[in-house]
Design a protein around this ligand. Structure first.
Ligand SMILES: [Zn+2]
Length: 223
């Protein structure tokens, strides 16, 4: 078997993220919000979407707006500690974005969403700290993976409303697993994916959700 972490290093070049302008970020985040909404993965006002900007700050969706209906004014700028740079109110989950950007300099965009399989699978594996998947042809949707024999292993954290505590847990995990792709699940909550670009983060979000939907379906046969 082949560990996906080795392969993901192929596409996550340490200097490969494409920091973009605020205007470009607005366009890309609005587009990503509509696409995630079309799949039903950001129901109600769920999820938050961000890009690393070329000035070292982060563009991110404001708190409480529907991601399918975003307009330019629904994007704000925060610093690498998640603090507002323009007076707008960030979501509590902004800390999770800032943390992942800090520990993973290659990450240029982060999409946090609430897809159904990603939410449910974490609850089903009540004690697990890692979700591992293998044997699926669809594993090849991950960049650098050439065989269904690859193993995709993703961390899963317990949910909490204490975002600083969750951020520290996530940061610790990625700092102690430098080979791991910038992807994690929060149990009963959702999926967070970093990519070098918004599109790459979206493709990986789709791949993870598809694979977890397979795993959920498979678990029903096993009963
Ligand atoms: Zn969330």
């Amino acid at each position: 078997m082949i560990n996906i972490y080795n392969h993901l290093l192929l596409f996550i070049d340490p200097v490969g993220h494409l920091a973009i302008s605020y205007q470009q970020a607005i366009e890309q985040l609005l587009d990503a919000g509509r696409r995630l909404d079309a799949r039903g993965w950001v129901a109600a006002t769920g999820g938050n979407l961000s890009c690393r900007l070329d000035d070292g700050s982060v563009a991110i969706t404001v708190s409480g707006r529907h991601k399918g209906d975003l307009v330019a004014g629904d994007i704000m700028r925060v610093d690498m500690n998640g603090a507002s740079l323009d007076g707008k109110k960030p979501s509590a989950e902004t800390l999770l974005h800032a943390g992942l950007y800090r520990v993973r300099p290659e990450v240029g965009a982060i999409l946090h969403s609430h897809p159904r399989a990603s939410v449910l699978y974490g609850l089903m594996l009540a004690e697990a700290v890692v979700v591992s998947m293998t044997g699926y042809e669809f594993l090849k949707a991950f960049p650098g993976v050439a065989t269904h024999e690859a193993v995709v292993a993703l961390p899963i954290c317990d949910n909490t409303q204490d975002m600083p505590a969750l951020q520290r847990k996530v940061d610790d995990w990625f700092e102690s697993h430098p080979e791991a792709p910038p992807v994690y699940l929060v149990r009963g909550h959702g999926l967070t994916v970093g990519g070098t670009t918004v599109d790459e983060a979206r493709y990986t979000t789709e791949a993870v959700e598809e694979l977890l939907a397979y795993e959920l379906e498979r678990s029903r046969w096993a009963r």
